[in-house]
Design a protein around this ligand. Structure first.
Ligand code: CMC
Length: 381
């Protein structure tokens, strides 16, 4: 088949690989639903914990169901000593590499690591959802020579992360902003990292393997790494008046402006709306409106002509400024995305297992054919 004409779908653009009940995206009109619920309703009215329940169990929880999930999440926030030891050993690495390594290490301590049943996979997904913030916060403290802060059972998921990271209880509005951010990042179909998780699951590898693959794939700046790159860009620009020259220089080199564009959305990324508003209000509240002004210059002026090409701001564009204003170090921006996405990876893996099939596409071979073998002593280099 080497020379035969094949239909190449580079980047799997436009290819459906399976069915899903987890989320629906209409990229032409910027619509996103989790389990049928509009992301705007969820971002405005739900906590991350409610969305975790919705994604994993398929319906919004009652108060009792939410309380039970909340209790389970809180009970599973602490890390086994062995996982903390691993974090200490690799503390110099990028936090995403540490998170990936710690997720792998946690499989050694999880009593159900190899259990592929739906129930066990959901239980493990809940444990990993609870543990991911502790990994990231503990690592940040360890690398700074500080003692990790024990989880606080009186705080919700987002507030507790900020507490473990900074050692003080966060302002409730700050915590709610991060909570909304987690809601917005929780699930997004078969994006690159979820696809990687599904590929791992398609071999009947377990959830820890799949989530480690998801974390690995999320790291790149074309996926989860964009928020960090946006904030780096905004800090280098420093003044809205310098934004145009900066962007023109970037684009003339054929580079992309991070935080713009999306494989599926060719209209507004509905998630960006909430982060835009929260970036603005948080910037004003904390006395740093300048970052928002620079971001707006990119969105409404410099990159406005790109809308005709279907390039709009994506979820990462305003997220970085929020994390920055929350006092989060730049290299934790991607791990925050990962923390929010654990339930999404879990539901994707649950779906993959429910009707499993090996994910194994083809490559069109374009190299030489039937080359005569040359023994090593007769090779000329
Ligand atoms: N800045 C400038 N030009 C862009 C950008 C951008 N951010 N994004 C796409 N383009 C151009 C691209 O160069 C191409 O131009 P041409 O047709 O002349 O070659 C055209 O738009 C189509 O782009 P594409 O590469 O076919 O789009 P894609 O679907 O393969 O890539 C993307 C999607 C997200 C990788 C890309 O838009 C990008 O690199 N954006 C910047 C990184 C970023 O913000 N990533 C976060 C994505 S949202 C969070 C998540 O879910 O991961």
């Amino acid at each position: 088949m080497a020379t035969a004409q094949v239909q190449l779908q580079r980047g799997l653009k436009g290819v459906y690989i399976d069915t899903s009940e987890a989320s629906f995206i209409d990229g032409e009109i910027g619509k996103l639903l989790y389990r049928g619920y509009n992301i705007h309703d969820l971002a405005e009215n739900c906590t991350f914990e409610e969305v975790v329940y919705l994604l994993l169990y398929g319906k919004l929880p009652t108060r009792k169901q939410l309380a039970e999930l909340d209790k389970t999440l809180k009970e599973n926030r602490s890390l086994p000593k062995g996982a903390l030891d691993v974090i200490r050993v690799v503390q110099q690495a990028h936090p995403m590499d540490v998170l990936r390594t710690a997720v792998s290490a946690l499989s050694a301590f999880d009593p159900e690591a190899a259990d592929l049943s739906r129930e066990a996979t959901i239980r493990k997904g809940i444990r990993l959802t609870a543990q991911a913030p502790t990994i990231v916060a503990a690592h940040d403290r360890i690398r700074k020579g500080l003692k990790p802060v024990a989880p606080n059972p009186n705080l919700g998921h987002a507030a507790n992360f900020l507490y473990m990271l900074q050692g003080t209880e966060p302002d409730p509005e700050d915590a709610r902003t991060l909570d909304v951010d987690f809601v917005l990042h929780a699930e997004h179909g078969v994006n690159a990292s979820a696809f990687a998780a599904r590929v791992a699951a398609s071999t009947n590898a377990d959830l820890h393997c799949a989530v480690a693959a998801g974390v690995a794939t999320l790291k790149g700046p074309w996926h989860g790494g964009a928020a960090e790159a946006v904030m780096k860009m905004v800090r280098e620009v420093a003044d809205p008046e310098r934004a145009r020259a900066y962007a023109e220089n970037l684009l003339s080199r054929g580079d992309r402006v991070m935080g713009f564009g999306h494989r599926v959305y060719k209209a507004e990324d509905p998630r960006a709306r909430h982060l835009r508003e929260r970036s603005r209000t948080m910037g004003e509240k904390k006395g740093h409106p300048e970052w928002f002004r620079i971001l707006q210059r990119f969105e409404n002026d410099i990159m406005a002509p790109y809308r005709a090409k279907g390039i709009f701001v994506n979820v990462d564009f305003y997220a970085g400024s929020i994390y920055y204003l929350l006092g989060v170090p730049d290299d934790l921006f991607v791990p925050i995305f990962a923390m929010g996405r654990v339930p999404g990876w879990t539901v994707q893996v649950v779906e993959q297992f429910s009707n499993n099939i090996l994910l194994r596409p083809l490559l069109q071979y374009i190299g030489p054919m039937d080359v005569p073998f040359v023994p090593i002593d007769r090779r000329t280099g």
